[in-house]
Design a protein around this ligand. Structure first.
Ligand code: TRP
Length: 332
């Protein structure tokens, strides 16, 4: 690995098929970062079990997400792309970091508070400890930059605080990471309720476009997308959130600017506009889906890639783990 390049770490949970929001907002950016950074990407299966999972589904979603990573262009030759539970150092490091994390600071995490409401029948210790596992993911790899969405910023802030606290006690042994919120990658919202983020776990399947949706489904969902009664393709997130969201999607899919899009659809109705947006998304997703089908049907190939990646990840992770254990005073 190139030492001159900054280390980047990010992960996504295998909790269902990703949406175009995940693609335009995160994955596409991860793919581009591989050129300039020393990147590590992980399928966060340990995080996924903080909410109830059916075993067959978790198993399938893990393989699916790994295949999607490769299909969109994350390259196992350039980056380390591994499955979190394959590197035991993550859970061991979490325990060590737990002892440097306060109950009070975990109690303040927004996501924990939200999930305690949405999963009120299963507020388990793992859900509470989720941010510490995430800190372990990040800190194990001497990560300098963590590309994520705005919703994870508080968790990264916690990882920074824990790293600084450990460094304050034992000397500078952990790298203090920075969040990296990409400039591009507009926030993609729900097609049915544009005030909400597009989410793969939305109970209304018309609210999101999955990366693996068939062209017919994509067209149908865009036709049903909520707009307004003005019949004017103009960007105004306040008074025209539905249309503005479709414009953002079209802009992400085609690379065209919002001004260019307003011009393109001057005098045209929403019917034409929606079809153009749908087609642009089909054009982006088709090659990804073809690649996905090829990869998911070749389990031996995937298995080779994630096995090698886990070994490379473990080399880095075990070194950090050992350094902290020594400092703490464990007899190694
Ligand atoms: N919690 C992150 C999410 O839901 C996923 C994640 C797990 C992650 N470990 C990470 C993201 C480490 C960045 C770095 O989006």
């Amino acid at each position: 690995m190139d030492k001159a390049k900054k280390r980047v770490f990010s992960a996504i949970q295998p909790s269902g098929t990703l949406t175009i929001g995940n693609y335009f907002g995160a994955l596409k950016n991860h793919v581009a970062m591989q050129e300039d950074y020393d990147c590590i990407f992980s399928v966060a299966d340990l995080h996924a079990i903080t909410v109830k999972q059916e075993p067959e589904k978790l198993y399938m979603h893990t393989l699916e997400l790994y295949a999607i990573f490769l299909a969109v262009g994350l390259d196992p030759e350039k980056s380390i792309i591994f499955i979190q539970s394959h590197v035991p150092a993550h859970t061991e490091f979490t325990w060590l970091l737990n002892c440097f994390t306060q109950f009070g600071e975990l109690s303040r995490m927004h996501q924990f508070k939200e999930k305690s409401k949405t999963h009120s029948d299963n507020i388990n210790a793992g859900l509470f400890d989720y941010p510490v596992l995430m800190a372990a993911d990040i800190l194990l790899y001497n990560t300098e930059l963590v590309p994520t969405g705005q919703d994870q910023k508080q968790h990264i802030e916690l990882a920074r605080n824990v790293a600084q606290r450990v460094n304050g006690i034992y000397g500078d042994i952990l790298v203090v990471p920075e969040p990296y919120i990409p400039r591009t990658g507009a926030k993609i919202t729900s097609l049915q309720d544009p005030s909400k983020k597009m989410s793969k776990s939305d109970s209304n399947i018309n609210a999101f476009i999955s990366i693996l949706d068939e062209p017919d489904t994509i067209i149908k969902k865009f036709k049903r997308a909520v707009t307004d009664s003005e019949a004017l393709v103009k960007f105004d997130e306040e008074s025209k959130p539905g249309v503005s969201n479709l414009m953002n999607i079209y802009s992400c899919a085609t690379g065209r600017s919002i001004a260019e899009i307003e011009k393109e659809f001057e005098g045209k109705g929403y019917g034409d506009f929606k079809m153009a947006v749908a087609q642009s998304v089909v054009d982006v997703l088709s090659p990804i889906q073809a690649e996905y089908k090829r990869i998911i049907s070749d389990k031996a190939y995937m298995s080779k890639k994630f096995t090698v990646a886990a070994e490379r990840a473990a080399d880095i992770a075990n070194d950090t783990l050992r350094r902290l254990k020594e400092k703490i005073g464990f007899y190694i």
